[in-house]
Design a protein around this ligand. Structure first.
Ligand code: AMP
Length: 207
């Protein structure tokens, strides 16, 4: 993955379903028929990579989904409907960019990159957050948002919630409002929502 190549080992907040490597992804109950079709489609296009990038981690590889034009389009449409009208869509580097930019375009909203430390030109707000081993930092440009912008935050996977929490804090510090956090896949056993209790959080597929 590109973002793995960009970051030194240990700097990514990768966490996985340790102990269930190879287990099948399940579809959450209670969804409508159309949602169930979508969740099944997503589940069938996400590949488990055991022990990547380190032993004990089950990496959720979304590249098969991205490579399927119909599935990719359905996911973008679904993400775009989750949190109402927004002014900006913030994508979290790197896989969040792939989903957030087309969602922003679909909504007629602006796209704002949330980047790893040192990548953005100009003045930034920086936010530290906890990884399994150590601390990481993400940044946003100080002039990224207009006052009171409603912002949709998008990433591929919600795991422990540290990345999404740090992003929401950056949006607030930059003077905007978080309309919601939307992810493709939530690893519910890692309880990321506990860190996001004050915010609307949506996942297209929860396992
Ligand atoms: P967290 O901060 O723990 O919620 O981790 C979320 C971030 O780490 C997202 O940007 C994901 O891309 C990445 N991530 C965490 N765990 C995994 C995993 N098991 N598979 C793929 N990406 C992951």
């Amino acid at each position: 993955m590109a973002d793995q190549a960009e970051a030194p080992a240990g700097e990514r907040p990768l966490v996985g379903d340790q102990g269930s490597a190879g287990s099948r992804t399940t579809v959450s109950a209670g969804a409508s028929a159309a949602d169930t079709d979508l969740t099944r489609l997503i589940a069938s296009r996400i590949r488990d990579i055991p022990d990547y990038p380190q032993p004990g981690v089950v990496f959720k590889d979304i590249t098969p989904l991205l490579a399927d034009g119909e599935a990719f389009n359905s996911v973008i449409n679904a993400l775009a409907t989750l949190h109402g009208p927004v002014d900006k869509v913030a994508g979290i580097e790197a896989r969040g960019f792939i989903l957030a930019a087309p969602v922003a375009s679909r909504l007629g909203a602006g796209f704002i990159p949330i980047r790893k430390k040192g990548k953005l030109p100009g003045a930034t707000y920086a936010q530290d957050y906890q990884l399994e081993y150590g601390i990481a930092t993400i940044e946003v440009l100080t002039d990224a948002f207009d006052p009171a912008d409603r912002v949709l935050v998008i990433d591929d996977v919600l795991a422990t919630g540290g990345t999404a929490r740090a992003t929401a804090d950056l949006v607030h510090r930059a003077g905007a409002e978080v309309a919601g956090i939307a992810v493709l896949l939530e690893l519910s056993f890692l309880n990321g929502r506990a860190k996001l209790a004050d915010l609307p959080v949506s996942a297209l597929l929860t396992i």
